[in-house]
Design a protein around this ligand. Structure first.
Ligand code: AMP
Ligand code: MG
Length: 483
């Protein structure tokens, strides 16, 4: 379909006007295309060739409004680092409407009623990070929002005592409703208003519940299940979101709002990737507990329309569900079968995490090299990239024992591991290389990384070095929230 043939649908104006702000984007100066995403084009039936036109750039920039679109920003509240902020909202994101149930939103499109002290802009650095990482999560099979395209410009914004070029990502999601949206609606104390939002979420993300009895409770249960799985997937692959505030927490169980996130370089259980998170509220290991906290915050907003005790009681399943998904997948990453061992190989996995940390071992590279290991007699492909070898040597003794008990072979384990241990994980230092090139006007690495992100199990012969451990000087660096 041609760009001009796309018909956008806006379904948010059924709510009272205090829940959104109709506002047009403020375009950037001299916009230029950085990259477009063919896979996202398919989701909305857009011809790729359209993305090379100036119309596509104008569309992302907001100077071209498509048929059916009435741009608007959404209001929400949120608990930020545990403290309630009654009024947040899309301070720099503007919704354009939906195509094929994908809700299109541009991030960095200028001021809205919810911009507070912000400038409504997103800089190129943070836009590249969101653009690539949403597709990398998709490539790994982790539920996420998507991204259609990204532009750079000759407009500038102040960040961290520097001027950086402004950029816009066009992102898409089946839903942009957050726990913070419910927290904002709940301030009305009005059952009808909150029910209307819950029905909207059901229509978007849980349509099978539309005619069910107790559908609001069931919506919550489904979200608990999805969130338990999501956080387990994050942890299995060493992902840290970095800012799990309730306003960054999706009602559809998706990873949303990419900020100072990181895929861990070397394994560190209490790793903190967000520079402003002094206490480690959002540390790697704390993520399931914060997710649970956020779901309890949602219960506080839903209790006017749900039986609170039922929701609280369902929350008892959250950590066990999380653990089950986590252990099943971690077993697969080791080529083992969780169901074959009484304790799901829990001890072996805990011992591994301790050993990886003590060995200062690159987390995901370990699993890739384990996949390709041919013999227990020669562990050099793994030990040679550890800073300290002894902890891993000990772990391999335990691993070998379980492999023997389960009667697995290198070949049988390879078949299991090759499906879950990708060659490429886009760690922050890799993204940083693409950002630095882009600042010089060369966007080629952004496009190359997009392909690697979407196909992390494939060979990318020009980029072998990204399958190696992160150079120590770039490993586990904290990032600032400013974006
Ligand atoms: P975040 O931590 O990026 O999810 O943002 C938290 C809140 O601050 C959201 O309401 C954002 O819309 C808002 N915000 C972040 N950066 C800006 C900015 N540069 N201009 C306006 N609002 C912003
Ligand atoms: Mg946010």
């Amino acid at each position: 379909m041609k760009l001009n043939e796309l018909k956008l649908e806006v379904d948010y104006f059924e709510f009272d006007e205090k829940y959104y702000h109709k506002v047009n984007p403020t375009p950037l100066k001299n916009p230029k295309l950085v990259s477009f995403n063919p896979l996202a084009c398919e989701l909305i039936n857009l011809d790729y060739s359209e993305c090379e036109t100036s119309d596509f750039v104008d569309f992302i920039n907001g100077s071209k409004i498509l048929e059916g679109s009435t741009p608007y920003a959404m209001a929400y509240a949120g608990h930020q680092f545990g403290y309630f902020v009654p009024q947040l909202g899309d301070g720099r994101a503007i919704n354009l409407g939906a195509v094929n149930n994908w809700h299109l939103q541009t991030k960095g499109s200028g001021l809205t009623r919810y911009s507070r002290q912000g400038d409504g802009r997103a800089v190129l650095r943070s836009s590249i990070r969101e653009y690539i990482m949403s597709e990398a999560m998709f490539g790994l099979g982790i539920p996420t929002t998507r991204a259609l395209g990204i532009i750079d410009s000759d407009s500038f914004a102040h960040r961290d005592w520097e001027q950086e070029s402004c950029s816009i990502v066009l992102r898409m999601s089946p839903s942009w409703i957050r726990v913070g949206t419910f927290e904002f609606f709940a301030r009305s104390r009005d059952k009808e208003t909150i029910s209307k939002l819950a029905d909207y979420v059901i229509k978007q993300s849980y349509p099978h519940l539309e005619n069910e009895e107790n559908r609001y409770e069931k919506m919550f249960y489904s979200l608990v299940d999805k969130t338990a799985e999501l956080i387990a997937l994050w942890q299995v692959y060493g992902f840290q979101h970095g800012v799990m505030n309730t306003d960054n927490f999706s009602l559809a169980g998706l990873t949303i709002d990419y900020g100072p996130y990181a895929f861990m370089d070397y394994f560190e259980k209490n790793s903190i990737c967000n520079h402003t998170d002094a206490e480690g509220r959002y540390s790697y290991n704390n993520q399931p507990y914060v997710a649970r906290w956020n779901l309890f915050a949602l219960i506080s907003a839903l209790k006017l329309i749900c039986d609170e005790s039922k929701l609280e009681s369902y929350m008892k399943t959250f950590l066990p569900q999380h653990e089950k998904v986590y252990l099943d997948l971690m077993n697969k990453r080791l080529g083992l079968d969780a169901s074959k061992s009484g304790n799901s190989n829990l001890h072996l996995i805990l011992e591994l995490l301790g050993s990886l940390e003590n060995a200062k071992m690159d987390y995901n590279v370990f699993f890739y090299r384990l996949t390709h290991l041919k013999s227990f007699e020669d562990l050099s492909s793994i030990l040679d990239i550890a800073v300290f070898q002894e902890p891993l040597k000990n772990w391999f003794e335990s691993y070998k024992k379980v492999c023997d008990e389960q009667k697995t072979t290198f070949e049988s384990r390879f078949e299991v591991m090759k499906k879950v241990n990708p060659k490429y994980i886009l760690k922050n230092y890799i993204l940083q290389e693409a950002i630095e090139k882009a600042h010089e006007g060369d966007y080629s690495l952004v496009n190359d990384l997009l392909k690697i992100a979407q196909n992390p199990y494939d060979e990318h012969s020009d980029f072998e070095r990204y399958a190696n451990p992160t150079p120590m000087k770039f490993a586990n660096i904290k990032l600032s929230c400013s974006s």
